[in-house]
Design a binder for this molecule. Structure first.
Ligand code: ADP
Length: 215
């Protein structure tokens, strides 16, 4: 698309009008996202993902990420609710990476939930883990597709790549990041009713620990 448009501009076949420039720009943004995602996966494949693990207040990390995506959800006519019990423990995480995971799940929930729907972000302590969940009332995922969604480049509705954004790498990266923390990420879904993605992060042993870098 980018090459085609640029060649057409060069040859004078198409005038570089607003619509054409917007289209090229949209493609470049997607391409640059793809390059970043591939680089991240290559780093993970090479075992070179570096995490800076330190005790973090998980409810703060969740609230920060939710606030950053709320406007986008509200603009689409979706409500976003957080359900965080008091006294959630500190967790041993790289907060930037967990933010990235949560951001991805929220972006997906927004993309796959029609206007008027609801997104709920919740967290609950389970022994030495905190489980964080993002639920939506969206289109859901057919049972036969569900086992594949964490595979690289997998998209349920291939024809809607443009409308819903990504390249099918978001959940692959999210899984790698959660597993790098020792946790697990899973999805449940009922077509037509909605989806629930949940992942676990470890509770920190001791708040006073210094940052640890994991290579
Ligand atoms: P993409 O870049 O396509 O968003 P992801 O790896 O994040 O890639 O997701 C893979 C596929 O899983 C998506 O293309 C979509 O079909 C499906 N999916 C992910 N999250 C949801 C959701 N909340 N509701 C419905 N389908 C979803």
């Amino acid at each position: 698309n980018v090459q085609g448009y640029l060649e057409a501009f060069k040859d004078g076949v198409v005038q570089p009008n607003r619509a054409a420039i917007d289209s090229v720009h949209e493609e470049v943004v997607l391409l640059s996202q793809l390059v970043n995602d591939l680089q991240e996966l290559a780093t993970a494949d090479a075992g070179e993902l570096k995490l800076v693990i330190q005790p973090e207040e998980i409810s703060l990390v969740i609230n920060r990420t939710v606030s950053a995506t709320k406007a986008q959800a509200n603009a689409k006519g979706l409500s976003v609710v957080t359900e965080l019990p008091d006294g959630l423990p500190f967790c041993a995480i790289d907060s930037h990476r967990i933010n990235q995971v949560l951001h991805n799940l929220l972006d997906n929930a927004v993309a796959h939930t029609p206007s008027g729907g609801a997104i709920t972000v919740s967290a609950i302590r389970q022994d030495k883990w905190v489980e964080v969940a993002v639920s939506d009332t969206g289109e859901g995922i057919p049972p036969n597709e569900l086992p594949n969604i964490f595979e690289r480049f997998y998209r349920v509705d291939k024809s809607r790549a443009r409308a819903t954004g990504g390249h099918g790498l978001g959940l692959t990266i999210a899984r790698r990041l959660v597993e790098a923390h020792g946790g697990k990420i899973e999805a449940r879904s009922e077509p037509g009713k909605g989806s629930r993605f949940h992942f676990t992060v470890p509770v920190a042993d001791d708040r006073s620990h210094d940052a640890v870098q994991i290579d």
